[in-house]
Write a protein that binds this ligand. Structure first.
Ligand SMILES: [Zn+2]
Length: 372
């Protein structure tokens, strides 16, 4: 038996459309569909790996959500039962700030990554919203539209963030994820970033600083090369089901909503290639709403479960991953606001019996009925 291989499955919990109608505060159906599916999968993950399975939820609590729903924390309160349940399971919760700005003149949403102070505002707002609900500092983040820069790194470190899971090795710089949406700035160049967790250099986040003993860990997503076999008919299928452009080719992020017959061999190659193998995948909460994406995602997760038996995969959190890769385990520094939660270092858990409310979370989480 080889070493255990950590697998971090990130779920970006977001409104279903990227540009929600600001006058319609509709529930997040994608999350409502995905949540029971993953909860059903969890015991199978534990069974396949022989260890407790933990997932990683990244919540949208940013100005776009505030504009549409009247409160940045809307989803954390609407889905308070799910939040409480997953906290009990030892899952990681973090934030997923997007930089959408409502442009009055355009009467539409603009992904405003070219506006550093707006990006900072969205990040800080998300961390504050997280703290107001969980009563502790947010430690894990995935920035929207795979955006990252040195200023964001600085902001995250000032906020006490410990784990970033945004960076996607091999991805080329592009103008925007969806140019037709309009945009400012650009999507960063990750071609020089290698896989493997690292502490970034202060002025150049793409490079590791071996001398740093504290600060943010960047844990890059899993990249690899998918075969181009059979791409033509798959492109046809994709056009039928998705507006996200062609199936990517070359070295880049391995996405669980792409065809499993392309993704799975690439995962195996990546595991063989890495000196310290690990896997990090991110899915959007609406992934099951699209039949093609959803079908692929289910099949990829099921294939991972089969692989878990032979490969000793362990579904875990960022904090679990570091020691498994022989990296320094994280110290948890309690702050005045953290007192109520007091998670243990390895497996944050709340001493709350199943079905009980979460008394430590202020502003009604676990206490009141869901707001409409
Ligand atoms: Zn997102």
């Amino acid at each position: 038996m080889g070493e255990r291989i950590p697998v971090i499955l990130c779920i970006d919990v977001e409104p279903d459309p990227r540009r929600p109608d600001p006058t319609k505060a509709v529930p997040w159906r994608g999350f409502e569909r995905l949540y029971p599916y993953l909860q059903e999968l969890r015991p199978q993950m534990a069974d396949a790996t022989g260890e407790v399975a933990r997932l990683n939820w990244f919540w949208r609590v940013d100005p776009q959500v505030e504009t549409v729903y009247g409160s940045a924390e809307w989803a954390l309160r609407r889905y308070e039962a799910e939040v409480a349940e997953t906290v009990m399971e030892g899952d990681e919760h973090g934030v997923h700030p997007h930089a959408w700005r409502w442009d009055v003149a355009l009467h539409g949403w603009v992904p405003d990554y070219g506006n550093p102070s707006w990006v900072e505002h969205c990040v800080v707002k998300s961390f504050m919203a997280f703290r107001s609900v969980f009563g502790k500092a947010c430690e894990s983040v995935r920035i929207g539209d795979r955006y990252f820069d040195d200023r964001v790194r600085g902001t995250l470190e000032r906020l006490g963030c410990r784990f970033d899971l945004t960076v996607e090795p091999g991805e080329k710089p592009i103008r925007a994820l969806a140019v037709r949406e309009g945009y400012t700035g650009s999507v960063p160049d990750y071609r020089s970033v290698e896989m493997g967790p690292y502490r970034p250099r202060v002025e150049y986040f793409r490079e590791r600083d071996e001398d740093r003993s504290e600060g943010l860990w960047i844990i890059p997503l899993t990249s690899g090369v998918m075969s181009e076999r059979g791409l033509r008919w798959r492109r046809y299928l994709r056009r039928q089901w998705s507006s996200m452009g062609p199936i990517p080719t070359g070295y880049g992020t391995l996405r669980l909503w792409e065809p499993p017959e392309l993704v799975q061999p690439a995962i195996e190659e990546t595991l063989e290639r890495l000196e310290r193998p690990y896997l990090v995948f991110a899915i959007r909460s609406d992934v099951l709403l699209n039949p093609w994406w959803g079908g692929n995602c289910r099949k990829n997760l099921e294939s991972l479960l089969r692989r878990a038996r032979s490969r000793r995969l362990v579904f875990c959190t960022p904090r679990d991953l570091l020691p498994m890769l022989g990296l320094p385990a994280e110290r948890l520094v309690a702050t005045a606001l953290d007192g109520a939660l007091q998670p243990s270092i390895q497996h944050p858990r709340l001493a709350v019996p199943t079905g009980a409310s979460l008394p430590v979370l202020p502003h009604g989480i676990g206490q009141s009925a869901r707001p409409e």
